[in-house]
Design a protein around this ligand. Structure first.
Ligand code: MTE
Length: 296
């Protein structure tokens, strides 16, 4: 990882500005009503929100660029309407949804989640979206379905990064069925009260907050219920570095860097990384009895 060495004086000035409230405030969140009776799934992270500016200008979306600051500009004209999502495989009722059907059919709620990238930076993002479980229930997985496989749009004319041969496009990801059905797992359609921008995975992306960010696949067009564990783009690219589970784990390092701490975008000092990214209470039981060093 690259390190930026700021002169000490600059660090002190920045710290003073932050202490005096001079640092850029988080853009106020437009509230989306949580449906009555929906339990608050996680601690309220509203005080820690990363700014809209940072969330939408520091992105990993290799289909456009490997330069995080270049993605927003390159993705500006990406066509996200019309957009269809095919849901099939081992289900009783395969369906194709237009993005407008998904917005109409599934109540959108706000979920403020931490996002921890495998590269050891993090953010706190106020997503809007809906629980993936509701969509999966609508298609009725059969008893043979054990895993869920997700696929991003394949369109090298719009996504120049897909012309590069070193990855197996389209970007693909997977979850175990119980992970996909977990209440924390959502399909996001917006953030900060606004429709999702292309750089964040418009019009529809997965968000799995207890796993490294690469599991949260963007701009999806296909979901398949399958019997075997799917191979993701990152598992194919570097099987020794990226596993299927990718649960945030400060005690299992990436072969090339430590995962013990992280840099929260917008902050100067590093903070400790939390097991399961702070969601252990909700999800640790999914992995009871598993050796998480082996199943990384
Ligand atoms: N999805 C696709 N299709 N392509 C990508 O390159 N990058 C992943 C994930 N989803 C990626 C993707 C990685 S590594 C991270 S950390 C998050 O998206 C970043 O999401 P953000 O840019 O909205 O913060």
């Amino acid at each position: 990882m690259k390190r930026i060495h700021l002169p000490v004086v600059l660090v002190l000035v920045l710290a003073l500005l932050a202490a005096c409230g001079g640092a850029a405030p988080a853009t106020p969140s437009a509230k989306v009503a949580t449906p009555a009776g929906t339990p608050e799934p996680t601690p309220d992270l509203r005080q820690e929100l990363t700014t809209f500016e940072n969330i939408t200008n520091y992105n990993n979306f290799y289909e456009f660029s490997t330069d995080k600051q270049a993605v927003a500009g390159l993705a500006g004209n990406f066509r996200t309407n019309p957009w269809t999502l095919q849901v099939g495989g081992l289900v009783n009722k395969p369906m194709t949804f237009g993005i407008e059907d998904l917005l109409r059919q599934f109540t959108q709620e706000e979920r403020i989640y931490r996002l921890r990238c495998v590269e050891a930076w993090s953010m706190v993002i106020p997503w809007q979206g809906f629980s993936l479980r509701k969509l999966l229930e609508a298609v009725e997985p059969t008893a043979a379905a054990q895993y869920v496989r997700f696929e991003t749009l394949l369109d090298p004319t719009q996504m120049p990064g897909q012309k590069a041969g070193w990855y197996t496009w389209p970007y693909a990801e997977g979850l175990r069925l119980d992970e996909a059905m977990h209440d924390l797992t959502i399909l996001a359609t917006g953030l900060y009260g606004k429709t999702l921008l292309p750089q964040n995975g418009a019009p529809l992306r997965v968000v799995v907050p207890w796993k490294y960010g690469f599991k949260s696949i963007k701009s999806i067009v296909k979901i398949d219920l399958v019997a075997e564990q799917p191979t993701s783009l990152w598992m194919a690219a570097g099987p020794n570095e990226y596993g299927f589970y990718a649960n945030v784990n400060p005690s299992v390092n990436h072969p090339r860097w430590s995962q013990a701490s992280e840099r929260r975008i917008g902050e100067l000092s590093r903070r400790k990384t939390l097991p399961f990214n702070g969601y252990a209470e909700q999800v640790a039981s999914l992995y009871a009895g598993m050796d998480l060093r082996r199943f990384y």
